[in-house]
Design a protein around this ligand. Structure first.
Ligand SMILES: Nc1ncnc2c1ncn2[C@@H]1O[C@H](COP(=O)(O)OP(=O)(O)OP(=O)(O)O)[C@@H](O)[C@H]1O
Length: 704
């Protein structure tokens, strides 16, 4: 289909300015072109300055260019188009995604010369109908589908502030700045002191030149050495870049995976290019991150432990310190100072201070309280050996009261732990980034396939819930419906009386009568217009390759469909002329289906009967056409022609208990249905009393 459209400029209706907006929106020209060729109406509608209407007409234009037919090739009148649009609105209600709702617009009825497209669509829709039946009322797939959205790929990685690439060479610096500078800091440092100063400002440092290997770095600086940054992969330096499409589209991707899983569990072959194993790797990788791209809690014990320490450090230290002071106070209260004889002599000689003797005695209890305090912090925070050393160092050797902590040591412990979380997270992100970088195409494809599934699935759900079945395509010209149900009445009222009807050549034709041109007569409100609507719906849906609202049906393909609804206009000369001009188009000899509703209202009955008779004669001469004309003047029309025209009738059989007309909705073949005025008279007589009733009774007798 895309064979001859290789650039945006080749798309009808897209100029330079518009092309620029498309590229801005989709990221690249090829992605924009792909969206247009794949008829992503929802996506195109979001391009600045383009609404849904324009997107639909753009897609229709391009498809009519590539497929050789457009929507108005088959739908030849405004009313035919209106029925198509109403049908589409009904089907759109069954879409679970706005993508599918919009994309349903690409389905148009094709004329018979594109029977290949109709047949192809029939086979695709039949597959979806099978799937819909198989899934039954599966609410899970529906709830998953509704949460799948087109992949948002227009994402910028938020600048990473705690990591840096430091380069020694100008050339490396320029390369790294060009490649990574928008996502993280890239610095140039020639000397050791410059390097150390810069490195101290970041949690993670990539040293991007070998020169640094010879530096004698202080203990607190642990850069990661990369000897050739040109050879490094994006996931190594900035895994966030590979992960962002996945994290920001997380829920959509996870729901799409679930849709694929559900379909596969029901043996529906779907997304065949992706194996179950690949799908599960993607699923399990995604289960490790949140929508910000962070490793979620519970997936890495060490990260969780470090985060716990950081979160609880202050409170835990404060509580332990308070407890230590209490204990130290207690021990002070219990302490007595005794000076032994020898020490007394030493003090008197001046070779020993009383303070020292007291310190020696106090130190023991101070030391044991502090030891207990540090142990309780380490225990509470589940610290490892190396970390315990930091805690031990929090307490001053010198006795002080109340006990004070080394605040600087505490904050450097915190920094140490934060750096470790970041390093550990970076390791994780690299692993995830590496895996995910190879899954981008799969993810994109999966989302597209799932969204496209919803387009066909919507048609199938619509068919399932409304009892639609694929029509049998016959040579015809002919149309037969068994137990047909007008979809518009069904959607308005719910209750529809099913109808059987046959026009032209088919296996349901009444006693071998294959009349193709028919006058449909009948009682007021009998359902004549509804009958035409039902035929219109069935003809349009058949030519779309869709099922029709009938339990079984036979329908032949035709080149064009003409529907002329009941005229609402005035009977002036201008309106009459316009209507005649509209009808002139049916005069050619192409295969067509023509439906007309009470055409007689265009002028006075005598003249209109002549005109209708003339039109029906023209249609009769065309062996490939079928037509049904609703009229209250069948006898008058027949008087004006010698052509064999079948008259069918929808009649009323009586009154029900509420005095409503009981109508036999399926037309009776070869039968001129009366307006049954005697039933109206009977109804009036039953509804009235006294003199009025006597009047109606008198009229009623006239019918006996
Ligand atoms: N098969 C059906 N099942 C249930 N209701 C129907 C059916 N056909 C028609 N109706 C209802 O009957 C009413 C009249 O139908 P419709 O307008 O088609 O009759 P009509 O014969 O064209 O009337 P008029 O001669 O006045 O133009 C509509 O409101 C419609 O809902």
């Amino acid at each position: 289909m895309s064979a001859d459209i290789e650039s945006l400029r080749a798309v009808p209706g897209i100029g330079d300015k518009m092309a620029k907006r498309f590229i801005e929106h989709f990221g690249t020209e090829s992605l924009a072109l792909e969206a247009i060729l794949r008829a992503d109406i929802a996506g195109i509608s979001q391009v600045e300055g383009i609404g849904q209407r324009f997107a639909i007409s753009l897609v229709h234009d391009i498809r009519s260019k590539t497929e050789g037919v457009g929507i108005s090739d088959f739908l030849r009148t405004e009313e035919a188009m209106a029925v198509y649009e109403k049908l589409l609105e009904l089907i759109k209600d069954y879409a679970h995604t706005s993508y599918a709702r919009d994309k349903l617009h690409i389905h148009i009825p094709y004329p018979s010369k594109r029977s290949d497209a109709i047949m192809q669509m029939r086979s695709s829709v039949s597959g979806y109908m099978e799937t819909a039946k198989l899934l039954g009322e599966d609410t899970e797939i529906v709830s998953m589908l509704t949460r799948v959205k087109p992949l948002n790929i227009k994402l910028t990685v938020p600048k990473i502030r705690d990591r840096v690439i430091i380069c020694a060479e100008q050339e490396t610096f320029e390369y790294a700045r060009e490649r990574f500078g928008s996502m993280m800091d890239v610095q140039l440092a020639g000397s050791l002191s410059e390097f150390v100063d810069m490195a101290r400002g970041y949690s993670h440092v990539v040293a991007a030149d070998d020169v640094y290997l010879s530096f004698d770095l202080p203990e607190d600086i642990h850069p990661e050495f990369i000897s050739d940054i040109r050879k490094s992969q994006d996931w190594q330096i900035i895994p966030e870049k590979e992960m962002i499409v996945f994290s920001r589209n997380l829920s959509s991707l996870q729901c799409a995976i679930d849709v694929v899983r559900i379909l596969r569990s029901r043996n529906v072959s779907f997304l065949d290019d992706v194996s179950d194993d690949e799908l599960e790797v993607l699923a399990s990788t995604l289960s490790l991150i949140d929508d910000e791209g962070n490793v979620i809690e519970g997936t890495d014990e060490e990260i969780d432990r470090l985060r716990y320490v950081i979160a609880n450090l202050d409170a835990c230290v404060a509580a332990a310190l308070k407890d230590a002071n209490l204990k130290f106070d207690e021990s002070l209260a219990k302490s007595e100072f005794t000076l032994g004889g020898q020490d007394m002599l030493r003090v008197m000689k001046g070779s020993m201070e009383v303070k020292d003797v007291m310190g020696k005695q106090l130190h023991e209890s101070y030391y044991s309280v502090m030891k207990e305090c540090a142990a309780s912090i380490c225990d509470e925070l589940n610290l490892q050996k190396k970390e315990m050393l930091f805690i031990d160092a929090l307490f001053p050797d010198e006795i002080c009261h109340p006990v004070e902590l080394d605040r600087e040591q505490l904050s450097s412990f915190r920094q140490h732990m934060e750096r470790r979380v970041l390093t550990r997270q970076l390791e994780h992100k690299r692993e995830l980034g590496k895996v995910l970088s190879s899954y981008l195409d799969i993810a994109r494809n999966m989302i597209r396939e799932v969204l496209d599934f919803d387009v066909g699935f919507a048609v199938a759900c619509f068919a399932r819930d409304n009892g639609l079945e694929m029509p049998e395509i016959v040579d015809g010209p002919g149309l037969a419906l068994e137990q047909g149900r007008n979809l518009f009445i069904a959607s308005r009222h719910g209750d529809v009386v099913p109808i059987d009807y046959s026009v032209g050549r088919n296996s349901y034709s009444p006693e071998g009568d294959d009349s193709r041109v028919i006058l449909l007569s009948g009682v007021n409100s009998g359902g004549k217009t509804s009958m035409l609507e039902l035929i219109a719906q069935s003809v349009i849906l058949t030519h779309m390759g869709f099922p029709v609202p009938a339990e079984s049906s036979e329908i032949s393909l035709t080149d064009g469909f003409y529907y002329f609804a009941k005229s609402k206009g005035t009977l002036d000369a201008g309106a009459f002329e316009t209507t005649l001009t509209e009808f002139a188009v049916v005069a050619d000899d192409s295969a067509k289906m023509v439906l007309a509703d009470e055409l007689e209202s265009i002028t006075e009955p005598g003249a209109s009967a002549k005109i209708i008779a003339g039109i029906l004669e023209v249609l009769t001469e065309n062996k490939q056409s079928m037509s049904v004309f609703v009229s209250h003047l069948p006898e008058l029309i027949l008087e004006n022609t010698t052509c064999k025209i079948r008259v069918d009738g929808i009649e009323a059989s009586g009154l029900d208990a509420d005095l409503n007309l009981v109508v036999e909705r399926s037309p009776r073949y070869n039968y001129v249905a009366k307006s049954t005025p005697e039933l109206i008279v009977e109804r009036l007589s039953k509804k009235t009393s006294g003199g009025e009733q006597a009047f109606y009774e008198k009229l009623k007798k006239k019918f006996n």
